[in-house]
Design a protein around this ligand. Structure first.
Ligand code: PLP
Length: 473
């Protein structure tokens, strides 16, 4: 039986900090003995546990002690056979997984709306990406879930595919039919990998969806830091035995992660697991109840609409559209009231709740929404509300891309050429044009339009008066 009241890594750090008499090892701040004076006001309580592989503190890359124990407790808590702590975010787990599964030129089916890290992983592995297309629900503006039929059809066309990778839930909270998808994927004896970056809280409460791993996923990678109480960049990779070579995953995790992993990050994972097992359900009951009440109150504001697809949304995300603002204007109006939302696009804003969401914050948000509703009774014609989704086109095999020369040219000369970088608005980090896809005028116009509105776009760089992009020769 696992004792979830314990946090072995955290306890070992505290113990080490209490017994150490002389510190002749890295990091250079020597447990906080030397540090910027102003900075130390904030950092001083953390620095004594910002340690390295000394004493009984184990080694993330070959764990035999407290890190191994902490990972075993996490596996039990998150319903996995094995769990790995990640200090490079879910990004590191995704890169290592794809590198472990794909040799150069292997095919991999990837939901086209996956995060850039999935395509980066495929690029590093030299894999050939077969995109699984997606559609946008016209009513809500949200991505529809991945169609099991589409996956089945693509697997028939590409029987040599080595894995299928999906995102569930999506950034906006749409949950995939993992059980059905896993059944289809497993008929081919290949693994289903789920990027569950936004679903670390799943399975901890009956009102939340189940975890992908409980429904047949072979690997799920969760950004613990996104919805649960752990430090930014701390994530977990969960494995179900059977189709996965855990040794290979470990090897590639050592390749993509630092050889000096942060102990505060790892300890925060240990503590997040303990918190969820000891207090998570109670806290979630409270917060979910609060959020349900808040959702009902918003329905009193007829010009503000929640974007949702019936029956497949998870409750911790709330996407709102108004009749009087574009999504960007909406976010700016809230920001003027010192309310910061996760992201905005042309149509909507995305609000992310967590176990830390307080009633007072929800009251303030409601008050501000009601005020904006009151002040903006006139419907304004919406400009540019159409969502530009990635077109369905062939992606150059990444093994080929790896051998090609790149050049940096003005965007006006890049139309019709293959992009050598992902072009994407960030957040959410879903490439509009993938590395290896053809650049079209429409996408460039859209991205330049976003830049003109002050949005963050990756892949385009300003040189003198023009934007430039890297393309393949
Ligand atoms: C769907 C999805 N997958 C993966 C990632 C990468 O996660 P991390 O920031 O933990 O590396 C993100 C980050 O936003 C994401 O939204």
């Amino acid at each position: 039986m696992f004792n979830h009241t314990r946090a072995p890594l955290w306890e070992a750090l505290l113990h080490h900090a209490s017994i150490s008499q002389a510190n002749f090892h890295v990091p250079g701040h020597k447990a906080g003995q030397v540090f910027d004076q102003e900075g130390s006001l904030r950092f001083s309580s953390l620095l004594p546990i910002d340690l390295t592989e000394v004493g009984d503190l184990d080694d993330l890359h070959a764990p035999t002690g407290v890190i191994r124990e902490a990972q075993q407790l996490a596996a039990d808590a998150f319903g996995a056979d094995q769990t790995r702590f990640l200090v490079g975010g879910t990004t590191a787990g995704i890169l290592a997984t794809i590198l472990a599964i794909c040799k150069p030129e292997d095919k991999i089916l990837v939901a086209r709306h996956c995060h850039q890290s999935v395509f980066h992983g495929a690029f590093l592995a030299g894999a050939t990406v077969v995109p699984i297309p997606y559609t946008i629900d016209p009513d809500s503006g949200l991505e529809m879930p991945t169609s099991p039929d589409a996956v089945e059809h693509l697997l028939e066309m590409h029987p040599d595919a080595k894995a299928v990778i999906l995102t569930s839930p999506t950034y906006y909270g749409v949950v995939q039919q993992i059980e059905k998808l896993a059944r289809i994927v497993h008929q081919r004896y290949i693994p289903l990998i789920v990027d569950e970056a936004h679903g670390a809280h799943f399975g901890f409460h009956p009102d939340l969806p189940d975890r992908a791993i409980s429904h047949g996923a072979d690997i799920s990678i969760q950004s613990t830091h996104k919805l649960l109480p752990s430090l930014t960049m701390s994530s977990m990779l969960h494995i179900k035995k059977g189709l996965i070579d855990a040794e290979s995953i470990d090897m590639y995790l050592s390749v993509v992660q630092s050889s000096s992993p942060s102990y505060p990050l790892m300890a925060s994972l240990d503590l997040a697991r303990r918190y969820m097992m000891m207090e998570g359900k109670g806290r979630l009951t409270e917060v979910i109840h609060r959020i349900q009440f808040f959702r009902r109150r918003i329905r009193e504001l007829p010009q503000i609409k929640e974007n949702t697809i019936l029956g497949i949304m998870e409750p911790m995300k709330l996407s709102l559209t108004s009749t009087f603002f574009s999504g960007y204007e909406f976010a700016e109006a809230l920001e003027a009231k010192k309310i910061y939302v996760e992201l905005a696009d042309d149509q909507k804003v995305l609000i992310v709740f967590s176990l830390g969401t307080e009633q007072s914050e929800l009251d303030y948000l409601y008050h501000c929404l009601a005020q904006l509703h009151e002040e903006n009774q006139v419907n304004r014609p919406q400009k540019n509300v159409s969502m530009l989704t990635p077109r369905e086109g062939e992606i150059l095999p990444y093994a080929e891309c790896r051998t090609m020369e790149r050049c940096f040219i003005p965007v006006s000369q890049a139309i019709g050429k293959r992009s050598a970088v992902h072009l994407l608005p960030y957040p959410p980090g879903i490439p509009l044009v993938l590395m290896g896809e053809t650049i079209h005028q429409e996408e460039i116009d859209h991205l330049l339009g976003l830049i003109a509105k002050g949005r963050n776009v990756r892949g385009l760089k300003k040189r003198k008066d023009e934007y430039w992009v890297q393309v393949y020769n």
